[in-house]
Design a protein around this ligand. Structure first.
Ligand code: CA
Length: 240
């Protein structure tokens, strides 16, 4: 496993300008939206047809897609469905002239996050964009658990104390992730066994002590302050 020695990498996406893909075959409208969004500081890519849009979406991994409904090559709904079918969670806002209820439902079923009905005001579109980018950032942040100098990334399964990366086994990681999900909250041994080892765990309940010992050895290897504490007779807690 390759560890990045720089803890700043966790936040990289929220510091750079969001990249927005505009998919719109009406060239004038696409240009207008592009200029407005560029003026707001977003990084913009424009696609005028469906197939091109799908390729760009897959290759450049934008932070958001503004997607026209009726497009040459492939419809907006189909693009949306295909992206979702391969696991993409990119926020998608439909730009559509059709405001019938049935179409909205079809779009939402395909995995769209929101709608803006043409003709729309640019202020309304900007507000929706900001709202969805904010949700996306919160979502990413919830994948990083932090307490004091201890940092755990649920997606990359990396753990750091300061800039020192720590190599944990699967169970050590799961145990730390659970304790770190609510710093200062005491978890009982039963809760830990159930959450980390599963309901059907039949082994020795001393296993928690054993794993806490491993964890501390790794987390305190450079004589760092203890963060995983034993609450005698009850369980364990992450605190100062
Ligand atoms: Ca169109």
């Amino acid at each position: 496993m390759v560890f990045t020695p720089c803890a700043l990498d966790f936040r990289e996406t929220s510091m750079t300008a969001a990249h927005i893909l505009i998919v719109e075959d009406e060239v004038k409208l696409a240009r207008f939206v592009e200029l407005e969004l560029s003026a707001e500081g977003y990084e913009i890519t424009v696609a005028h047809d469906g197939l091109n849009a799908l390729t760009i979406a897959r290759e450049s991994n934008p932070d958001m897609i503004l997607l026209d409904w009726m497009l040459p090559g492939m419809s907006g709904v189909e693009i949306c469905r295909r992206l979702r079918s391969t696991g993409s969670k990119v926020p998608i806002i439909f730009l559509t002239a059709r405001d019938e209820i049935a179409d909205r439902v079809a779009g939402l079923d395909a995995g769209a996050n929101d709608y803006v009905v043409k003709p729309f005001s640019i202020e309304e579109l900007l507000a929706r964009i900001r709202a969805h980018l904010r949700l996306k950032t919160q979502d990413q942040d919830s994948n990083v658990l932090e307490f004091e100098d201890l940092k755990l990334n649920r997606l990359t399964r990396q753990v750091f104390r300061g800039t020192r990366s720590i190599d944990l086994t699967v169970k050590e990681f799961d145990l730390l992730e659970y304790l770190l999900s609510h710093p200062r909250q005491v978890f009982t041994r039963d809760q830990i066994l159930e959450q980390v080892w599963g309901y059907d765990f039949m082994g020795d309940s001393n296993i928690i002590e054993v794993y806490v010992r491993y964890l501390r050895l790794k987390l305190e290897e450079q004589k760092e302050k203890r963060l995983v504490h034993t609450i005698r007779g009850v369980g364990y807690v992450v605190r100062e």
